[in-house]
Design a protein around this ligand. Structure first.
Ligand code: G3I
Length: 341
């Protein structure tokens, strides 16, 4: 069964909004199962921007020192080109999913530093002209209540505390047309970490560092209905710095909700609705991406260890859930309020 028309991407196009998802390489690129074909059809018809869930991360493109294998990344770019979709390159420097050889080989800090800069350079040279945006640095901030601005990680150790600014400068040099994004989690609602992120980002902007957008991941696990006004206020202060606002990894877990499945899916829909409504009130809100689109392929059940977890808006058979209908309805009205082009 097909999803209702107009599709999400058509609705988003009308108001200059990008709507997207992360995609898993196997179902997107293989053809040996009918479920993969279904996945590809929905991915092509519903979205105008795609992100690789894992395939473009450092560990997956760099099998050995100084060796890059872009086969899968190229194929995702090709899928997007064929379907007139933009691509978010995810991700540049991140403390996770770094190559195993980086962690196991006896390398000096300056050699590690060289691998980080080389990854940025190689990525920019290959996809600088074709990517729409790039999560140049992902999750560099420390989680409160831990003190200190920066997360202690291999990049901080090898490159020093100015590595975030330097990464953006290098990315801009090698990919001058790409929109450069700082991406992090637990910063959507105005949390302590959001304040930390605001100060950090404002510091970069004040220094003229080429940062163009902030990615708010927005993985929501606790089942609570968020305060939409707090979201709008928080995102607006970042927008007032002259930055675009991207929701990059939205998903809404149901495992901690009470009641029947029907009630929980209604509550999930309400959460998606509150978040999207709050974002749409921010004129520089440009991208809504969820971390997947069907419960068949979602990282949540494995991560949250709740086998029935179902955090996305299509079920495992690609059928619409209440959350899909809530998003569709809001996007239908979005063009009438703010034109984001
Ligand atoms: O590639 C290996 C494979 O060889 C092995 O057989 C298999 C066995 O478990 O593991 C495979 O690696 C897994 C990898 O995904 C690729 O599938 C890792 O175990 C698994 O931990 C990894 O999880 C990914 C996670 O990032 C890593 O932290 C999730 O799929 C991915 O959804 C998640 O995405 C992150 C964003 O990049 C950043 N923001 C948070 C978000 C959710 O954690």
């Amino acid at each position: 069964m097909s999803l209702a028309t107009p599709h999400l991407r058509e609705l988003a196009d009308r108001s200059g909004l990008l709507i997207g998802t992360c995609v898993s390489a196997n179902p997107l690129l293989k053809s040996d199962a009918s479920v993969y074909q279904q996945y590809q059809r929905v991915a092509a018809e519903q979205f105008n921007i795609l992100t690789a869930e894992n395939a473009m991360k450092f560990a997956l493109v760099a099998p050995a020192p100084d060796v890059y294998d872009w086969t899968v990344a190229d194929a995702i770019f090709e899928f997007a080109r064929k379907h007139h979709q933009k691509v978010r390159y995810h991700t540049g420097l991140w403390y996770m999913q770094t190559p195993a050889w980086l962690n196991t080989q006896a390398m000096s800090l300056s050699q590690i530093a060289q691998t980080g800069w080389a990854f940025i350079e190689q990525t920019g040279r290959r996809y600088g002209e074709t990517m729409y945006c790039w999560d140049v640095v992902n999750e560099a901030l420390n989680d409160p209540p831990d003190a200190g601005l920066w997360r202690d990680c291999i990049w901080l150790q090898a490159l020093g505390p100015d590595y975030v600014a330097q990464a953006f400068k290098l990315a801009h040099k090698v990919a001058p047309k790409a929109l450069l994004v700082y991406n992090d989690y637990k910063t959507t609602f105005g949390e302590v970490k959001a304040d930390r992120q605001y100060d950090m980002v404002r510091g970069l902007v004040d220094r003229g560092v080429p940062l163009h957008a902030v990615g708010f991941q927005t993985h929501l696990y606790d089942g609570q209905i968020p305060d939409g006004n707090a979201i709008t206020a928080n995102l607006s202060r970042f927008a007032q710095l002259g930055l675009d606002i991207h929701i990059t990894e939205l998903d809404v877990a149901i495992g901690k909700m009470e009641g029947t499945l029907e009630k929980r899916l209604e509550r999930q829909a309400r959460i998606y609705q509150v978040v999207l409504e709050a974002c749409l009130r921010v004129p520089r809100f440009k991208v809504l991406q969820t971390w997947g689109f069907t419960d068949r392929y979602s990282w949540l059940p494995r991560f949250l260890k709740y086998p029935d977890e179902a955090g996305l808006y299509l079920d495992a058979d690609f059928q619409p859930k209440p959350a899909y209908r809530a998003i569709h309805k809001l996007l239908s009205k979005a063009g009438a309020t703010v034109d984001r082009r």
